[in-house]
Ligand binder design. Structure first.
Ligand code: ADP
Ligand code: ADP
Ligand code: ZN
Length: 219
């Protein structure tokens, strides 16, 4: 397959991270999650991490300049040469325009935009039940995809407790949905004209949703 540049759009909890990991396994391409990058910066206690902490905890969006800086740097890494998935980026029109400029410099183009559609009520249940392995970060859901053996991570075998993101607490989820509907949802309009946008139903079991994602990518 020629190098792909895939954008996963959709509300928080749509399954972007879950499906991005499936795509990495299937195609061996790089996974770029600005949310993961920002959380890593916070965990490392960098200046950038400190700068974004309050905004992330409030459920708002961090500045376009900052996020574009992260993506620009990340795309210099050689593992992106064989293609990559953008998960949780772009989230604003300014970020989409910035991405276009970065890709032009790299002589790359977006090849597919998959908009994973999930209603707010479903998103709420997914986010409040979302957990990850305290050791390796493997994703779980208390109800929809718990570890196979209770208390043991499928991926790394750790018996460390599953952790919940602070912004996945019920009271934070509404603010994130507001940001999504007021700002990020406008991206569907931005990308509509290029003919690369495919909307898929994000409801159903994870394998079925993955089959839709693959179909949207391979045509
Ligand atoms: P996003 O990256 O879009 O915020 P995630 O991939 O982290 O979303 O998924 C949010 C939560 O919902 C996770 O706990 C994940 O295990 C769960 N999840 C993902 N896809 C599905 C699905 N098709 N059905 C049920 N739960 C799902
Ligand atoms: P989810 O997909 O569950 O909403 P992410 O992990 O993608 O969560 O993002 C977590 C938080 O990080 C967001 O609520 C926001 O504060 C910040 N963030 C991540 N990506 C971006 C982005 N592209 N632009 C602005 N803020 C972002
Ligand atoms: Zn683990």
């Amino acid at each position: 397959m020629a190098p792909v540049v895939i954008i996963l759009l959709g509300p928080p909890g749509a399954g972007k991270g879950t499906q991005a990991k499936n795509l990495v396994d299937k195609y061996g391409i790089a996974h770029i999650s600005t949310g993961d990058a920002l959380r890593a910066a916070r965990a490392a206690g960098t200046e950038l991490g400190k700068q974004v902490a309050a905004i992330m905890d409030s459920g708002g969006l961090v500045s376009d300049e900052l996020v574009l800086g992260i993506v620009r740097e990340r795309l210099k890494q050689p593992d992106t040469a064989k293609g990559f998935i953008l998960d949780g980026f772009p989230r604003t029109i300014a970020q989409a325009e910035g991405l276009d400029a970065i890709l032009r410099q790299l002589d790359r183009k977006v090849t597919r935009i998959v908009d994973i559609q999930v209603a707010d009520a479903v998103v709420r249940g997914r986010l409040t039940g979302r957990r990850s392995c305290g050791k390796c970060g493997a994703p779980y859901h208390l109800e929809f995809s718990p570890p196979k053996v209770d208390g043991v991570c499928d991926k790394c075998g750790s018996t460390a407790a599953l952790v919940q993101r602070a912004d996945d607490m019920a009271e934070k989820v509404d603010a994130r949905l507001v940001a999504y509907h007021q700002v990020t949802e406008l991206l569907a309009g931005y990308y509509k004209q290029g003919g690369l946008l495919a909307a898929i139903d994000g409801i159903g079991n994870m394998d079925d949703v993955f089959a839709r994602v693959v179909k949207a990518i391979e045509g």
